[in-house]
Design a protein around this ligand. Structure first.
Ligand SMILES: *[C@@H]1O[C@H](CO)[C@@H](O)[C@H](O)[C@H]1NC(C)=O
Ligand SMILES: *[C@@H]1O[C@H](CO)[C@@H](O)[C@H](O)[C@H]1NC(C)=O
Ligand SMILES: *[C@@H]1O[C@H](CO)[C@@H](O)[C@H](O)[C@H]1NC(C)=O
Ligand SMILES: *[C@@H]1O[C@H](CO)[C@@H](O)[C@H](O)[C@H]1NC(C)=O
Ligand SMILES: *[C@@H]1O[C@H](CO)[C@@H](O)[C@H](O)[C@H]1NC(C)=O
Ligand SMILES: *[C@@H]1O[C@H](CO)[C@@H](O)[C@H](O)[C@H]1NC(C)=O
Ligand SMILES: *[C@@H]1O[C@H](CO)[C@@H](O)[C@H](O)[C@H]1NC(C)=O
Ligand SMILES: *[C@@H]1O[C@H](CO)[C@@H](O)[C@H](O)[C@H]1NC(C)=O
Ligand SMILES: *[C@@H]1O[C@H](CO)[C@@H](O)[C@H](O)[C@H]1NC(C)=O
Ligand SMILES: *[C@@H]1O[C@H](CO)[C@@H](O)[C@H](O)[C@H]1NC(C)=O
Length: 771
């Protein structure tokens, strides 16, 4: 359908340019990219989803209907005479969103990333609640190209199935399908590259996101051929499952990055070497970039996209990011617009009706991208044919600076997380206000809301909040929203729990500033005296919230896995306390060193090691905080036994050295049991020992020597080790947490501790807490 209407649509857009852009791009884009899946198929997919979520009782309780006569992006539900609840929606996703609303706001039972099944009370009598709702967003978007490497990399279809169910229930209906290596293998082979040249290009399983963007090549490889095939099959199943529910997927289009062997075959084509990224050394960096104006670009691009569509089908939306963390070669509007046009035209050679999905990330904080060049890039493509992801709108929005992307439709995205690192962090109030403000901005071309975390698995509340605010046309009342979140998370109306989450909302989740938070705290950074920890909230709030959570143990229902979620949160908040306490002790240790106070130094050094040991114990008790899960999942994915070591190497290296010699050391650091014990603790021990020795012998501490030693003895070897870690939690979370609490509360009253620990961590000024 989209194809047949294209000319009409273009004329329609042209007629509308200058009037209120906001209202017209949405339906236009939806019509173009919505999957053409029949209502029957969508209804059946929704029934199966409900069955997975609720079990066999789903069909006794719910009836579903996909009805295209309904308002676009809407659902409604009511009770039928037979007692069942009928949910009608414009598409499968809308019905799922209605289903989630019913679960969360009528039954008070919610799900999350870790909990995708709900056990209903045996005596449930559905009440006759009627409700209808229409999404204020044309698109609800999810994913970052990096999420595929930091979070999804080892997943099997079962895990995907549950995740897609969650996506549908949150109303998400646009995401990425980035898998492409099997296709490139064929395209490169056809152009005449040999196997060695191709192998040297593909990065290992944990690093494909950056190879796809042209940042690195070959690192972590060789990529087993079976991996390419199996991942393609997996991607096909994922895409099918999404479309059956009415979701659209954006497919990869060519962005210009190619193996270094290509000039051998096309000696006269116009190549440039991609600039070095994060000091990756030669065999692993600097793929080539084909100038988009070169006919070879069109040739390779068309050959690639044709195959992509053959393998995955198409929703007419394609992502291509030629300049992610790299600079175009000429700073000139004519060049930049012809580049953008060439990329778009290479899509049009294959699909006459494409939409180009672009990450607005490249415009951020980049001296190259002057307003003039941004305008040239964005307006080179007809309006409505580019959909821009404003990638980190909660902190660094670009839509104002670009006058709403010069009229190109855009999606307001919350990123929040880099590298899948842990640590409670977020800006609930800014999400709320930002989405509403961007929508009502004069001449706004915003058509949706999305979440674009580099990694998932932490700070779920913030992502849920963004997605719900994305659907809602009016501003959510934050305090109420957190109350409902607490009630539906634990399945109990408890004032302690509600207060605990309100404290978190006002502290860790109330960040406001331009400082870049990358999830690195003193304890998971390489030890040194140059660290400058900072905190944006009153640390007492976390302690109070922790105490309230501990006190609620007896009130959490044991049914329906509620206790498992509670334990998960208890591990997280204990972890947060230890993380912030480590920073607190560290700044004092630094002061003791500066003042040559040996006794104080030794006292605090022992405390730091005690914090790390406590951290290891609490993390080991939580099923989602285990290094073992990550490593075993990686090895499990290896196509054959002799390839397991490549997978384990990839898994370990991404978390630690991130490169052959600490290129992006600890960027994707994880506060996990196992890493705490065998990586962060030995690192700090080595440091504290070396400093203690130096202080005893009254010599300055040699930081250079330490850096070399820690790299060679701990950081770099870690990727090659093969120690096996538990995949099952150990110990009672509640008991461990309570014990840690009591111990550190007693230290907090201990005069010696207070005497030694007087220096405070730098507290960011302003907006750091709310009344
Ligand atoms: C909105 O668009 C109209 C028509 O193009 C223009 O006249 C007006 O100045 C714009 N307003 C703002 C605030 O950009
Ligand atoms: C996205 O979801 C909304 C709500 O279900 C729906 O109306 C809209 O058409 C969807 N867009 C696409 C592209 O499927
Ligand atoms: C539920 O309420 C709606 C609206 O008030 C009504 O149309 C419907 O008949 C009711 N269903 C039952 C089973 O009473
Ligand atoms: C390669 O492309 C650049 C940018 O368009 C252009 O300036 C240059 O002349 C081209 N070189 C050749 C050999 O075509
Ligand atoms: C929760 O309990 C409070 C009183 O403690 C009450 O006001 C509120 O209505 C209850 N909420 C629900 C959803 O039961
Ligand atoms: C504090 O927040 C307000 C709005 O919420 C903002 O205008 C101001 O710049 C913030 N101040 C700091 C120091 O971040
Ligand atoms: C932090 O909160 C505690 C208790 O709620 C309070 O006593 C203390 O003064 C606060 N500290 C700051 C810096 O606001
Ligand atoms: C905490 O709650 C769990 C589950 O109800 C229970 O098994 C355990 O005994 C409780 N622990 C304490 C110390 O109350
Ligand atoms: C510090 O260690 C480095 C590397 O081992 C060594 O080259 C240097 O001479 C040492 N500096 C001092 C002052 O001892
Ligand atoms: C890790 O193993 C690879 C070979 O698999 C080797 O090249 C590299 O030097 C090893 N690194 C360390 C630090 O042992």
């Amino acid at each position: 359908m989209a194809g047949n209407l294209s000319v009409f649509h273009i004329l329609w857009i042209l007629a509308l340019v200058g009037s209120s852009v906001h209202c017209h791009f949405g339906p236009e884009l939806v019509a173009r990219v919505a999957p053409q899946v029949s209502p029957d198929v969508q209804e059946e997919a929704v029934r199966q989803l409900m069955q997975r979520v609720l079990g066999d009782r789903a069909s006794n309780l719910f009836e579903v209907e996909v009805n295209k006569a309904l308002e676009l992006r809407s659902y409604q539900f009511r009770q039928l005479d037979n007692g069942k609840v009928l949910i009608v929606g414009w598409d499968g996703v809308s019905v799922c969103k209605g289903f989630h609303y019913y679960l969360k706001y009528v039954l008070n039972m919610d799900l999350d990333w870790f909990k995708t099944h709900i056990e209903l009370p045996a005596q449930l009598q559905p009440k006759n609640v009627t409700h209808s709702s229409e999404s204020a967003s044309w698109f609800i978007y999810y994913q970052n190209v990096c999420t595929w490497s930091y979070s999804f990399v080892w997943w099997n279809f079962g895990q995907w199935r549950r995740h897609i169910d969650w996506m549908a229930m949150m109303g998400i209906n646009l995401s990425l399908a980035p898998n492409q290596e099997a296709i490139w293998q064929e395209v490169y082979t056809e152009t005449g590259l040999n196997a060695d040249e191709i192998d040297a290009h593909f990065a290992g399983p944990a690093f494909q996101a950056w190879q796809r963007m042209g940042n690195i090549r070959g690192w972590g490889g060789p990529l087993p051929p079976a991996h390419r095939r199996l991942q393609q099959l997996l991607q096909q199943r994922i895409v099918q499952a999404q479309r059956d529910l009415g979701m659209s997927v954006a497919l990869p289009a060519f962005a210009g990055h190619v193996p270094t062997g290509l000039p051998r075959i096309f000696p006269t084509a116009n190549f440039t070497s991609v600039e070095r990224w994060n000091q990756f050394p030669d065999p692993y960096c600097c793929a080539l970039f084909i100038e988009p104006s070169d006919p070879l670009f069109q040739l390779v691009g068309a050959q690639f996209l044709r195959r992509v569509i053959q393998i995955y089908g198409s929703n007419h939306i394609y992502f291509s990011d030629p300049f992610n963390e790299m600079q175009p070669r000429i700073a000139e509007p004519g060049y930049i617009s012809s580049t953008a046009r060439a990329i778009y035209n290479s899509m049009r050679m294959v699909d006459k009706d494409p939409v180009w999905l672009l990450q607005g990330w490249m415009f951020l904080d980049n001296a190259y991208w002057s307003d003039e060049l941004i305008e040239a890039f964005l307006t080179a493509v007809p309006r409505g044919r580019m959909l821009v992801l404003d990638l980190q709108s909660e902190q660094f929005p670009q839509y104002q600076r670009t006058f709403s992307y010069y009229g190109q439709p855009f999606v307001w995205c919350m990123l929040n997380n880099f590298g899948g690192t842990l640590g409670m962090f977020g800006s609930a109030h800014l999400i709320n206000a930002g989405i509403m403000a961007a929508r009502s901005m004069p001449n706004s071309s915003m058509v949706g809301v999305g979440i674009t975390p580099e990694g998932i698995g932490q700070n779920y509340a913030l992502f849920a909040l963004t997605l719900e605010q994305g659907w809602s046309g009016s501003k959510l009342e934050l305090s109420d929203w957190f109350d409902q979140f607490t009630l539906t998370r634990y399945g109990v109306n408890d004032t302690d729990l509600i207060l605990a989450w309100q404290l978190l909302r006002g502290s860790v989740y109330h960040f406001h500033g331009l400082q870049r938070m990358r999830g690195k705290y003193a304890l998971n950074k390489r030890p040194s005296f140059n660290l400058k920890p900072w905190i944006w909230y009153n640390a007492s709030s976390v302690v109070e919230a922790w105490q309230l959570l501990l006190a609620a143990n007896q009130t959490i229902p044991v049914e329906d896995d509620r206790y498992a979620l509670y334990k998960h949160d208890l591990v997280d908040i204990t972890r947060q306390f230890l993380q912030q306490s480590f920073d607190q002790v560290y700044v004092n240790l630094k002061s003791a060193y500066r003042k040559s106070q040996l006794a104080r130094f030794e006292y605090l050094a022992a405390k730091l090691l005690e914090l790390l040991a406590d951290m290891e114990r609490i993390l080991a008790s939580g099923e989602h905080y285990l290094l073992g899960n990550w490593l075993e999942a990686a090895k499990e994915l290896a196509p054959s036994a002799d390839q397991r070591h490549i997978y384990e190497f990839n898994a370990r290296n991404q978390l630690t050295a991130w490169g052959p010699s600490n290129q992006i050391l600890d960027y994707a650091t994880k506060q996990w049991s196992g890493l705490m014990q065998d990586y962060y603790t030995p690192r700090w021990s080595m440091f504290l020992d070396a400093v203690t020795l130096a202080m005893h012998s009254k010599r300055p501490f040699n930081a250079t020597a330490f850096r070399q030693r820690v790299a060679n003895e701990i950081e770099l070897p870690f990727s090659n080790l093969t120690k096996v870690y538990p995949t099952e939690p150990v110990g009672s979370t509640w008991l461990i947490s309570q014990e840690i609490h009591d111990k550190w509360q007693s230290y907090a009253k201990d005069t010696q501790f207070l005497h030694h620990c007087r220096v405070a961590v730098k507290l960011l000024e302003g907006n750091s807490s709310i009344a």
